[in-house]
Ligand binder design. Structure first.
Ligand SMILES: *Cc1c(COP(=O)(O)O)cnc(C)c1O
Length: 526
Protein backbone atom coordinates (compact mmCIF):
# COMPACT_ATOMS: atom_id res chain seq x y z
CA UNK A 1 0.00 0.00 0.00
CA UNK A 2 1.11 3.53 -0.66
CA UNK A 3 1.37 5.97 2.18
CA UNK A 4 0.28 9.60 2.22
CA UNK A 5 3.14 10.89 0.11
CA UNK A 6 2.71 8.09 -2.39
CA UNK A 7 5.80 6.32 -1.06
CA UNK A 8 5.98 2.62 -0.45
CA UNK A 9 4.83 0.88 2.69
CA UNK A 10 6.65 1.47 5.95
CA UNK A 11 6.14 -1.85 7.68
CA UNK A 12 8.19 -2.86 10.69
CA UNK A 13 10.25 -5.09 8.44
CA UNK A 14 10.89 -2.28 6.00
CA UNK A 15 11.84 0.09 8.81
CA UNK A 16 14.29 -2.35 10.29
CA UNK A 17 15.95 -3.17 7.04
CA UNK A 18 17.98 -0.11 6.19
CA UNK A 19 19.86 0.74 3.01
CA UNK A 20 19.99 -1.73 0.18
CA UNK A 21 17.54 -4.14 1.74
CA UNK A 22 14.76 -1.53 1.54
CA UNK A 23 11.93 -2.33 -0.87
CA UNK A 24 9.30 0.05 -2.24
CA UNK A 25 6.38 -2.24 -1.38
CA UNK A 26 7.65 -3.48 1.96
CA UNK A 27 7.49 -6.99 0.53
CA UNK A 28 10.38 -9.41 0.90
CA UNK A 29 11.09 -11.25 -2.29
CA UNK A 30 7.93 -13.03 -3.23
CA UNK A 31 6.70 -12.86 0.33
CA UNK A 32 4.02 -10.20 0.38
CA UNK A 33 3.41 -8.01 3.40
CA UNK A 34 -0.32 -8.59 3.78
CA UNK A 35 -2.72 -6.13 5.37
CA UNK A 36 -5.85 -6.99 7.32
CA UNK A 37 -8.87 -7.76 5.19
CA UNK A 38 -10.46 -4.59 6.54
CA UNK A 39 -7.52 -2.57 5.25
CA UNK A 40 -7.47 -4.06 1.78
CA UNK A 41 -11.21 -4.65 1.26
CA UNK A 42 -13.71 -2.05 0.10
CA UNK A 43 -17.35 -1.87 1.05
CA UNK A 44 -18.44 -1.21 -2.54
CA UNK A 45 -17.01 -4.44 -3.99
CA UNK A 46 -18.14 -8.03 -3.73
CA UNK A 47 -16.82 -11.33 -4.99
CA UNK A 48 -20.25 -12.26 -6.34
CA UNK A 49 -22.55 -10.43 -8.75
CA UNK A 50 -26.01 -10.25 -7.28
CA UNK A 51 -28.86 -8.64 -9.17
CA UNK A 52 -30.58 -5.65 -7.61
CA UNK A 53 -33.55 -7.13 -5.77
CA UNK A 54 -37.03 -6.43 -7.11
CA UNK A 55 -38.97 -3.92 -5.00
CA UNK A 56 -40.19 -5.57 -1.80
CA UNK A 57 -42.02 -4.64 1.34
CA UNK A 58 -40.02 -4.55 4.58
CA UNK A 59 -41.60 -6.84 7.15
CA UNK A 60 -39.26 -6.40 10.12
CA UNK A 61 -41.39 -3.80 11.85
CA UNK A 62 -38.77 -1.11 11.77
CA UNK A 63 -36.00 -3.39 13.05
CA UNK A 64 -34.15 -3.49 9.75
CA UNK A 65 -30.65 -1.96 9.52
CA UNK A 66 -30.50 1.65 8.51
CA UNK A 67 -26.92 1.49 7.24
CA UNK A 68 -24.94 -1.12 5.37
CA UNK A 69 -22.76 -3.35 7.61
CA UNK A 70 -19.53 -2.12 5.95
CA UNK A 71 -18.13 -5.59 5.41
CA UNK A 72 -14.84 -5.60 3.53
CA UNK A 73 -15.40 -6.77 -0.04
CA UNK A 74 -12.84 -8.40 -2.30
CA UNK A 75 -13.09 -9.95 -5.72
CA UNK A 76 -12.61 -13.72 -5.87
CA UNK A 77 -8.90 -13.61 -6.86
CA UNK A 78 -8.25 -10.91 -4.25
CA UNK A 79 -9.92 -12.95 -1.51
CA UNK A 80 -8.01 -16.06 -2.54
CA UNK A 81 -4.68 -14.23 -2.57
CA UNK A 82 -5.35 -12.68 0.80
CA UNK A 83 -5.75 -16.04 2.50
CA UNK A 84 -3.01 -17.80 0.55
CA UNK A 85 -0.56 -15.03 1.49
CA UNK A 86 -1.55 -15.26 5.13
CA UNK A 87 -1.20 -19.04 5.04
CA UNK A 88 2.40 -18.64 3.88
CA UNK A 89 3.22 -17.15 7.25
CA UNK A 90 2.25 -20.44 8.85
CA UNK A 91 4.91 -22.90 9.83
CA UNK A 92 3.63 -26.46 9.70
CA UNK A 93 4.83 -30.04 9.99
CA UNK A 94 4.61 -30.05 6.16
CA UNK A 95 7.20 -27.21 6.07
CA UNK A 96 9.89 -28.78 8.19
CA UNK A 97 11.03 -30.27 11.50
CA UNK A 98 8.73 -29.21 14.31
CA UNK A 99 10.50 -30.24 17.52
CA UNK A 100 7.88 -29.14 20.08
CA UNK A 101 8.27 -31.41 23.10
CA UNK A 102 5.09 -32.90 24.58
CA UNK A 103 3.14 -31.81 21.48
CA UNK A 104 4.28 -34.70 19.24
CA UNK A 105 4.20 -32.97 15.88
CA UNK A 106 4.53 -36.02 13.66
CA UNK A 107 4.00 -36.36 9.94
CA UNK A 108 0.36 -36.59 8.82
CA UNK A 109 0.45 -39.33 6.14
CA UNK A 110 -1.41 -38.47 2.93
CA UNK A 111 -3.05 -41.88 2.97
CA UNK A 112 -5.02 -40.69 6.02
CA UNK A 113 -6.25 -37.70 4.03
CA UNK A 114 -7.39 -39.83 1.12
CA UNK A 115 -9.35 -42.10 3.46
CA UNK A 116 -10.95 -39.23 5.36
CA UNK A 117 -12.20 -37.77 2.08
CA UNK A 118 -14.10 -40.91 1.05
CA UNK A 119 -17.70 -39.78 0.71
CA UNK A 120 -19.00 -42.46 3.09
CA UNK A 121 -16.96 -40.89 5.89
CA UNK A 122 -16.65 -37.25 4.80
CA UNK A 123 -20.31 -36.68 3.97
CA UNK A 124 -22.08 -38.33 6.89
CA UNK A 125 -24.28 -36.02 8.90
CA UNK A 126 -24.54 -36.45 12.67
CA UNK A 127 -28.34 -36.36 12.51
CA UNK A 128 -28.56 -39.08 9.86
CA UNK A 129 -30.41 -42.21 11.05
CA UNK A 130 -27.87 -44.76 12.25
CA UNK A 131 -29.33 -47.37 9.91
CA UNK A 132 -27.96 -45.30 6.98
CA UNK A 133 -24.36 -45.22 8.26
CA UNK A 134 -23.45 -48.75 9.38
CA UNK A 135 -19.99 -48.49 7.80
CA UNK A 136 -19.13 -45.34 9.73
CA UNK A 137 -20.34 -46.95 12.97
CA UNK A 138 -18.21 -50.01 12.18
CA UNK A 139 -15.20 -47.74 11.79
CA UNK A 140 -15.89 -46.21 15.22
CA UNK A 141 -16.16 -49.71 16.68
CA UNK A 142 -12.93 -50.83 15.00
CA UNK A 143 -11.11 -47.76 16.28
CA UNK A 144 -12.52 -48.34 19.78
CA UNK A 145 -11.29 -51.95 19.59
CA UNK A 146 -7.74 -50.90 18.62
CA UNK A 147 -7.60 -48.26 21.34
CA UNK A 148 -8.77 -50.73 23.99
CA UNK A 149 -6.37 -53.38 22.74
CA UNK A 150 -3.40 -50.99 22.86
CA UNK A 151 -4.25 -49.62 26.28
CA UNK A 152 -5.61 -52.77 27.95
CA UNK A 153 -8.63 -50.86 29.22
CA UNK A 154 -12.35 -51.74 29.44
CA UNK A 155 -14.25 -48.94 27.68
CA UNK A 156 -13.52 -45.93 25.52
CA UNK A 157 -15.45 -42.69 25.06
CA UNK A 158 -14.66 -41.38 21.60
CA UNK A 159 -16.52 -38.09 21.89
CA UNK A 160 -14.03 -35.75 23.68
CA UNK A 161 -12.62 -33.19 21.27
CA UNK A 162 -9.03 -32.85 22.50
CA UNK A 163 -6.66 -33.90 25.24
CA UNK A 164 -7.81 -31.20 27.63
CA UNK A 165 -11.45 -32.11 26.96
CA UNK A 166 -10.54 -35.74 27.57
CA UNK A 167 -9.07 -34.81 30.94
CA UNK A 168 -12.37 -33.17 31.79
CA UNK A 169 -14.21 -36.31 30.68
CA UNK A 170 -12.02 -38.65 32.73
CA UNK A 171 -12.14 -36.50 35.83
CA UNK A 172 -15.93 -36.13 35.55
CA UNK A 173 -16.20 -39.91 35.58
CA UNK A 174 -13.97 -40.01 38.67
CA UNK A 175 -16.10 -37.34 40.31
CA UNK A 176 -19.28 -39.31 39.54
CA UNK A 177 -17.79 -42.54 40.93
CA UNK A 178 -16.78 -40.80 44.13
CA UNK A 179 -20.17 -39.12 44.47
CA UNK A 180 -21.87 -42.48 44.14
CA UNK A 181 -19.76 -43.82 47.00
CA UNK A 182 -21.16 -40.96 49.06
CA UNK A 183 -17.71 -39.41 49.37
CA UNK A 184 -18.31 -36.38 47.19
CA UNK A 185 -18.10 -33.97 50.11
CA UNK A 186 -14.98 -35.56 51.53
CA UNK A 187 -12.70 -36.31 48.58
CA UNK A 188 -12.14 -32.80 47.26
CA UNK A 189 -8.42 -32.90 46.46
CA UNK A 190 -6.43 -34.04 43.45
CA UNK A 191 -2.69 -34.74 43.46
CA UNK A 192 -0.79 -33.24 40.53
CA UNK A 193 2.99 -33.56 40.13
CA UNK A 194 4.96 -30.38 39.68
CA UNK A 195 6.04 -31.34 36.15
CA UNK A 196 2.42 -31.68 34.91
CA UNK A 197 1.03 -29.96 31.84
CA UNK A 198 -0.99 -26.87 32.80
CA UNK A 199 -4.22 -28.50 31.66
CA UNK A 200 -4.04 -31.03 34.53
CA UNK A 201 -4.42 -28.60 37.44
CA UNK A 202 -6.79 -26.50 35.31
CA UNK A 203 -9.08 -29.51 34.77
CA UNK A 204 -9.08 -30.42 38.45
CA UNK A 205 -9.77 -26.82 39.48
CA UNK A 206 -12.57 -26.46 36.92
CA UNK A 207 -14.34 -29.40 38.53
CA UNK A 208 -14.05 -27.82 41.97
CA UNK A 209 -11.15 -29.93 43.24
CA UNK A 210 -8.31 -28.47 45.26
CA UNK A 211 -4.97 -29.11 43.54
CA UNK A 212 -2.20 -30.55 45.72
CA UNK A 213 1.31 -30.29 44.32
CA UNK A 214 3.50 -33.43 44.32
CA UNK A 215 7.22 -32.60 44.26
CA UNK A 216 9.60 -34.42 41.90
CA UNK A 217 12.68 -36.18 43.18
CA UNK A 218 16.11 -35.05 42.00
CA UNK A 219 15.97 -37.53 39.09
CA UNK A 220 12.85 -35.90 37.63
CA UNK A 221 10.37 -38.66 38.53
CA UNK A 222 7.72 -38.98 41.19
CA UNK A 223 8.62 -40.78 44.42
CA UNK A 224 5.88 -43.17 45.62
CA UNK A 225 6.82 -42.14 49.16
CA UNK A 226 5.90 -38.51 48.50
CA UNK A 227 2.58 -39.62 46.99
CA UNK A 228 1.88 -41.83 50.00
CA UNK A 229 2.66 -38.98 52.35
CA UNK A 230 -0.05 -36.90 50.67
CA UNK A 231 -2.71 -39.61 50.38
CA UNK A 232 -5.72 -39.59 52.69
CA UNK A 233 -9.49 -40.02 52.54
CA UNK A 234 -9.66 -36.46 51.16
CA UNK A 235 -7.90 -37.37 47.92
CA UNK A 236 -10.08 -38.11 44.90
CA UNK A 237 -7.36 -38.86 42.36
CA UNK A 238 -3.84 -38.38 41.11
CA UNK A 239 -3.24 -36.98 37.64
CA UNK A 240 0.07 -38.35 36.41
CA UNK A 241 1.72 -38.22 33.00
CA UNK A 242 3.70 -41.26 31.89
CA UNK A 243 6.21 -41.00 30.30
CA UNK A 244 6.35 -37.71 32.17
CA UNK A 245 6.95 -34.29 30.66
CA UNK A 246 10.68 -34.55 31.43
CA UNK A 247 10.74 -37.35 28.85
CA UNK A 248 11.28 -39.97 31.58
CA UNK A 249 9.35 -43.14 32.34
CA UNK A 250 7.86 -43.11 35.83
CA UNK A 251 9.51 -46.35 36.90
CA UNK A 252 7.57 -46.55 40.18
CA UNK A 253 4.22 -46.22 38.49
CA UNK A 254 2.96 -49.58 39.82
CA UNK A 255 3.79 -48.64 43.42
CA UNK A 256 2.13 -45.24 42.92
CA UNK A 257 -1.01 -46.83 41.42
CA UNK A 258 -1.18 -49.34 44.30
CA UNK A 259 -0.89 -46.66 46.95
CA UNK A 260 -3.50 -44.49 45.24
CA UNK A 261 -5.98 -47.37 44.97
CA UNK A 262 -5.36 -48.47 48.57
CA UNK A 263 -6.28 -44.96 49.68
CA UNK A 264 -9.58 -45.23 47.76
CA UNK A 265 -8.53 -42.75 45.06
CA UNK A 266 -8.33 -43.07 41.27
CA UNK A 267 -5.41 -42.86 38.89
CA UNK A 268 -5.93 -40.48 35.96
CA UNK A 269 -3.09 -40.80 33.48
CA UNK A 270 -2.38 -37.94 31.08
CA UNK A 271 -1.79 -39.97 27.93
CA UNK A 272 -0.36 -37.20 25.78
CA UNK A 273 2.93 -39.08 25.70
CA UNK A 274 1.39 -42.41 24.70
CA UNK A 275 3.42 -42.07 21.48
CA UNK A 276 6.45 -43.35 23.40
CA UNK A 277 4.93 -46.61 24.66
CA UNK A 278 2.36 -47.83 22.12
CA UNK A 279 2.93 -51.54 21.64
CA UNK A 280 5.45 -51.64 24.50
CA UNK A 281 3.34 -51.12 27.65
CA UNK A 282 -0.39 -51.09 28.30
CA UNK A 283 -1.68 -48.37 30.65
CA UNK A 284 -4.26 -50.90 31.91
CA UNK A 285 -1.38 -53.05 33.21
CA UNK A 286 0.06 -50.01 34.98
CA UNK A 287 -3.02 -49.46 37.15
CA UNK A 288 -4.50 -46.57 35.20
CA UNK A 289 -8.23 -45.88 35.71
CA UNK A 290 -8.74 -43.26 33.00
CA UNK A 291 -6.53 -41.81 30.30
CA UNK A 292 -7.03 -39.54 27.31
CA UNK A 293 -5.38 -40.28 24.00
CA UNK A 294 -4.55 -37.31 21.78
CA UNK A 295 -5.17 -38.69 18.29
CA UNK A 296 -3.27 -35.67 16.92
CA UNK A 297 -0.18 -36.64 18.89
CA UNK A 298 -0.02 -40.40 18.92
CA UNK A 299 -2.02 -41.32 15.82
CA UNK A 300 -0.88 -38.69 13.29
CA UNK A 301 -4.08 -36.71 12.81
CA UNK A 302 -3.47 -32.99 12.14
CA UNK A 303 -3.14 -30.58 15.06
CA UNK A 304 -5.84 -27.95 14.75
CA UNK A 305 -6.59 -26.37 11.42
CA UNK A 306 -8.84 -29.21 10.30
CA UNK A 307 -11.62 -28.35 12.72
CA UNK A 308 -12.18 -29.94 16.11
CA UNK A 309 -9.76 -32.65 17.12
CA UNK A 310 -10.28 -35.84 19.05
CA UNK A 311 -9.14 -36.94 22.50
CA UNK A 312 -10.77 -40.33 23.23
CA UNK A 313 -10.73 -41.44 26.87
CA UNK A 314 -10.21 -45.03 27.97
CA UNK A 315 -11.57 -46.31 31.28
CA UNK A 316 -10.70 -49.22 33.58
CA UNK A 317 -13.35 -51.72 34.73
CA UNK A 318 -13.84 -49.60 37.85
CA UNK A 319 -14.72 -46.45 35.94
CA UNK A 320 -16.27 -47.92 32.78
CA UNK A 321 -19.87 -47.71 34.09
CA UNK A 322 -19.52 -43.91 34.39
CA UNK A 323 -18.33 -43.31 30.81
CA UNK A 324 -20.40 -40.58 29.15
CA UNK A 325 -22.82 -40.86 26.27
CA UNK A 326 -22.76 -41.33 23.35
CA UNK A 327 -20.93 -44.65 23.55
CA UNK A 328 -20.00 -47.46 21.18
CA UNK A 329 -21.24 -50.75 22.64
CA UNK A 330 -20.43 -54.16 21.25
CA UNK A 331 -23.49 -56.37 21.17
CA UNK A 332 -24.18 -59.85 19.82
CA UNK A 333 -25.26 -58.40 16.48
CA UNK A 334 -22.31 -56.06 16.05
CA UNK A 335 -21.40 -52.57 17.18
CA UNK A 336 -23.99 -50.01 18.21
CA UNK A 337 -23.70 -46.30 18.80
CA UNK A 338 -25.77 -45.80 21.94
CA UNK A 339 -27.29 -42.37 22.47
CA UNK A 340 -29.54 -42.92 25.51
CA UNK A 341 -28.73 -44.24 29.00
CA UNK A 342 -31.63 -46.72 28.92
CA UNK A 343 -30.08 -48.43 25.88
CA UNK A 344 -26.80 -49.13 27.71
CA UNK A 345 -26.05 -52.51 29.32
CA UNK A 346 -27.36 -52.92 32.89
CA UNK A 347 -25.11 -51.47 35.52
CA UNK A 348 -24.15 -48.47 33.38
CA UNK A 349 -24.50 -45.07 35.01
CA UNK A 350 -23.05 -42.56 32.54
CA UNK A 351 -22.14 -39.24 34.17
CA UNK A 352 -24.08 -37.55 31.40
CA UNK A 353 -23.59 -36.52 27.84
CA UNK A 354 -20.29 -34.83 27.04
CA UNK A 355 -20.89 -33.60 23.50
CA UNK A 356 -23.83 -33.15 21.17
CA UNK A 357 -22.64 -35.83 18.73
CA UNK A 358 -20.28 -38.79 18.67
CA UNK A 359 -17.09 -36.85 17.84
CA UNK A 360 -14.95 -35.99 14.85
CA UNK A 361 -15.41 -38.56 12.07
CA UNK A 362 -12.57 -37.05 10.03
CA UNK A 363 -10.08 -37.57 12.86
CA UNK A 364 -11.33 -41.09 13.59
CA UNK A 365 -10.91 -42.06 9.95
CA UNK A 366 -7.39 -40.63 9.79
CA UNK A 367 -6.33 -42.36 13.03
CA UNK A 368 -7.80 -45.66 11.83
CA UNK A 369 -5.96 -45.33 8.50
CA UNK A 370 -2.73 -44.76 10.43
CA UNK A 371 -3.29 -47.81 12.63
CA UNK A 372 -4.25 -50.14 9.80
CA UNK A 373 -1.40 -48.99 7.55
CA UNK A 374 1.12 -49.60 10.36
CA UNK A 375 -0.33 -52.73 11.88
CA UNK A 376 0.44 -53.61 15.47
CA UNK A 377 4.12 -54.30 14.77
CA UNK A 378 4.42 -51.02 12.84
CA UNK A 379 2.88 -49.04 15.68
CA UNK A 380 5.36 -50.58 18.10
CA UNK A 381 8.20 -49.70 15.77
CA UNK A 382 6.97 -46.10 15.52
CA UNK A 383 7.26 -45.85 19.33
CA UNK A 384 10.72 -47.39 19.27
CA UNK A 385 11.86 -45.05 16.49
CA UNK A 386 10.46 -42.01 18.33
CA UNK A 387 12.53 -42.96 21.39
CA UNK A 388 15.57 -43.75 19.23
CA UNK A 389 15.36 -40.38 17.46
CA UNK A 390 15.07 -38.45 20.72
CA UNK A 391 18.12 -40.27 22.07
CA UNK A 392 19.99 -39.61 18.81
CA UNK A 393 19.42 -35.88 19.35
CA UNK A 394 20.38 -36.26 23.01
CA UNK A 395 23.61 -38.05 22.11
CA UNK A 396 24.40 -35.40 19.50
CA UNK A 397 23.98 -32.52 21.96
CA UNK A 398 24.89 -33.90 25.39
CA UNK A 399 28.52 -32.70 25.41
CA UNK A 400 27.47 -29.10 24.68
CA UNK A 401 23.98 -28.75 26.18
CA UNK A 402 23.10 -29.45 29.81
CA UNK A 403 20.72 -32.20 30.90
CA UNK A 404 18.96 -31.50 34.19
CA UNK A 405 18.74 -35.07 35.48
CA UNK A 406 22.11 -36.38 34.44
CA UNK A 407 23.18 -38.23 31.34
CA UNK A 408 20.29 -40.70 31.11
CA UNK A 409 18.49 -42.41 28.28
CA UNK A 410 15.24 -40.56 27.63
CA UNK A 411 11.93 -41.62 26.14
CA UNK A 412 10.42 -39.86 23.08
CA UNK A 413 11.60 -36.38 24.07
CA UNK A 414 14.82 -34.98 25.47
CA UNK A 415 14.96 -32.24 28.07
CA UNK A 416 17.76 -29.70 28.45
CA UNK A 417 18.02 -26.76 30.83
CA UNK A 418 19.76 -23.38 30.38
CA UNK A 419 22.78 -24.21 32.55
CA UNK A 420 25.00 -24.38 29.44
CA UNK A 421 24.11 -20.78 28.56
CA UNK A 422 25.28 -19.39 31.91
CA UNK A 423 27.49 -16.33 31.46
CA UNK A 424 26.72 -16.01 27.74
CA UNK A 425 23.94 -13.42 28.18
CA UNK A 426 21.74 -15.69 26.04
CA UNK A 427 18.46 -16.94 27.51
CA UNK A 428 16.37 -19.93 26.46
CA UNK A 429 14.01 -17.48 24.73
CA UNK A 430 16.89 -15.85 22.78
CA UNK A 431 18.11 -19.29 21.74
CA UNK A 432 14.64 -20.27 20.54
CA UNK A 433 14.33 -17.05 18.53
CA UNK A 434 17.70 -17.66 16.89
CA UNK A 435 16.46 -21.09 15.78
CA UNK A 436 13.74 -19.34 13.75
CA UNK A 437 16.40 -17.54 11.72
CA UNK A 438 17.95 -20.94 11.00
CA UNK A 439 14.63 -22.20 9.62
CA UNK A 440 13.54 -24.25 12.64
CA UNK A 441 10.41 -23.92 14.65
CA UNK A 442 11.69 -23.68 18.23
CA UNK A 443 11.36 -26.56 20.65
CA UNK A 444 9.04 -26.24 23.67
CA UNK A 445 10.60 -23.69 26.02
CA UNK A 446 10.20 -23.03 29.75
CA UNK A 447 8.12 -26.20 30.14
CA UNK A 448 8.16 -28.34 32.23
CA UNK A 449 8.48 -25.89 35.09
CA UNK A 450 10.64 -28.22 37.18
CA UNK A 451 13.85 -27.22 35.39
CA UNK A 452 15.34 -23.79 34.81
CA UNK A 453 15.01 -22.43 31.26
CA UNK A 454 13.69 -25.75 29.94
CA UNK A 455 14.22 -26.78 26.32
CA UNK A 456 12.09 -29.82 25.51
CA UNK A 457 12.85 -31.43 22.15
CA UNK A 458 10.70 -34.11 20.52
CA UNK A 459 11.86 -34.98 17.01
CA UNK A 460 9.27 -37.81 16.60
CA UNK A 461 9.81 -40.92 14.52
CA UNK A 462 9.01 -39.06 11.29
CA UNK A 463 12.45 -37.46 10.85
CA UNK A 464 15.22 -39.01 8.78
CA UNK A 465 18.79 -39.33 10.01
CA UNK A 466 19.88 -36.59 7.60
CA UNK A 467 17.24 -34.26 8.99
CA UNK A 468 18.29 -34.99 12.58
CA UNK A 469 21.98 -34.52 11.70
CA UNK A 470 21.33 -31.06 10.28
CA UNK A 471 19.21 -30.14 13.29
CA UNK A 472 21.90 -31.30 15.73
CA UNK A 473 24.63 -29.48 13.78
CA UNK A 474 22.54 -26.27 13.80
CA UNK A 475 21.86 -26.51 17.52
CA UNK A 476 25.57 -27.07 18.22
CA UNK A 477 26.54 -24.12 16.04
CA UNK A 478 24.10 -21.85 17.90
CA UNK A 479 25.46 -23.07 21.25
CA UNK A 480 29.06 -22.41 20.13
CA UNK A 481 28.12 -18.92 18.92
CA UNK A 482 26.56 -18.18 22.32
CA UNK A 483 29.65 -19.50 24.10
CA UNK A 484 32.07 -17.61 21.83
CA UNK A 485 30.83 -14.25 23.05
CA UNK A 486 28.43 -13.66 20.17
CA UNK A 487 25.49 -13.59 22.59
CA UNK A 488 24.55 -10.04 21.63
CA UNK A 489 23.40 -11.14 18.16
CA UNK A 490 20.83 -13.49 19.74
CA UNK A 491 19.06 -10.51 21.26
CA UNK A 492 17.99 -9.26 17.83
CA UNK A 493 16.75 -12.65 16.62
CA UNK A 494 14.64 -13.49 14.74
CA UNK A 495 15.91 -11.21 11.99
CA UNK A 496 14.41 -12.91 8.94
CA UNK A 497 10.83 -13.59 10.03
CA UNK A 498 7.88 -11.42 8.92
CA UNK A 499 7.56 -10.15 12.50
CA UNK A 500 10.31 -9.89 15.10
CA UNK A 501 9.68 -10.23 18.81
CA UNK A 502 6.09 -9.65 19.72
CA UNK A 503 4.83 -8.62 23.12
CA UNK A 504 3.32 -12.03 23.83
CA UNK A 505 2.19 -11.18 27.34
CA UNK A 506 0.30 -8.11 26.19
CA UNK A 507 -1.16 -10.00 23.27
CA UNK A 508 -2.52 -12.58 25.72
CA UNK A 509 -3.66 -10.13 28.38
CA UNK A 510 -5.08 -7.40 26.17
CA UNK A 511 -6.06 -9.11 22.95
CA UNK A 512 -7.41 -6.81 20.27
CA UNK A 513 -10.04 -8.94 18.64
CA UNK A 514 -11.98 -6.24 16.82
CA UNK A 515 -10.79 -4.06 14.03
CA UNK A 516 -11.61 -0.43 14.63
CA UNK A 517 -12.11 1.90 11.76
CA UNK A 518 -9.46 4.60 11.85
CA UNK A 519 -10.98 8.03 12.45
CA UNK A 520 -10.28 10.12 9.35
CA UNK A 521 -9.81 13.34 11.29
CA UNK A 522 -7.31 11.66 13.63
CA UNK A 523 -5.26 10.50 10.68
CA UNK A 524 -5.29 13.98 9.11
CA UNK A 525 -4.07 15.60 12.34
CA UNK A 526 -0.97 13.43 12.47
C1 LIG B 1 -0.92 -31.74 24.59
C2 LIG B 1 -1.00 -32.10 26.03
C3 LIG B 1 -2.22 -31.97 26.74
C4 LIG B 1 -3.47 -31.34 26.16
O1 LIG B 1 -3.92 -31.89 24.97
P1 LIG B 1 -4.72 -31.04 23.88
O2 LIG B 1 -5.14 -32.06 22.88
O3 LIG B 1 -3.76 -30.03 23.35
O4 LIG B 1 -5.88 -30.39 24.58
C5 LIG B 1 -2.25 -32.41 28.04
N1 LIG B 1 -1.15 -32.91 28.64
C6 LIG B 1 0.04 -33.02 28.00
C7 LIG B 1 1.23 -33.60 28.72
C8 LIG B 1 0.16 -32.61 26.68
O5 LIG B 1 1.33 -32.69 26.04
Amino acid sequence: MLNKEGRGATTPAANDAAGDTHTFTGNRGLRVEEGLIFEIGRTDVSGVDVDEPAPFRLRLGGQERQTAPELPGLSEPEALRHYVRLSRNNYAIDSGLYPLGSCTMKHNPRLNEAMARLAGFADVHPLQPLSTVPGAVDLLAELAHWLLEMTGMATVALSPKAGAHGELCGMMAIKAAIAERGEGDKRKKVLVPHSAHGTNPATAALLGFEVVDVPARPDGTVDPASVEALLSDEIAAIMLTNPNTCGLFERDILAIADAVHKAGAYFYCDGANFNAIVGKAKPGDLGVDAMHINLHKTFSTPHGGGGPGAGPVVFSEALAPYAPLPLIVMGKDGAKLVERAEDLPTGSKPFGRLTAFHGQMGMFTRAMAYMLSHGSDGLRQASEDAVLNANYVRAGLRDVFSQPFGDRICMHEVLFDDHFLEGTGVTTLDFAKAMIDEGYHPMTVYFPLVVHGAMLIEPTESESKASLDLFVATMRDLAFRARDGKGEAFKSSPRFSPRRRLDETRAARQPKLRWEKPEPFKEAAE
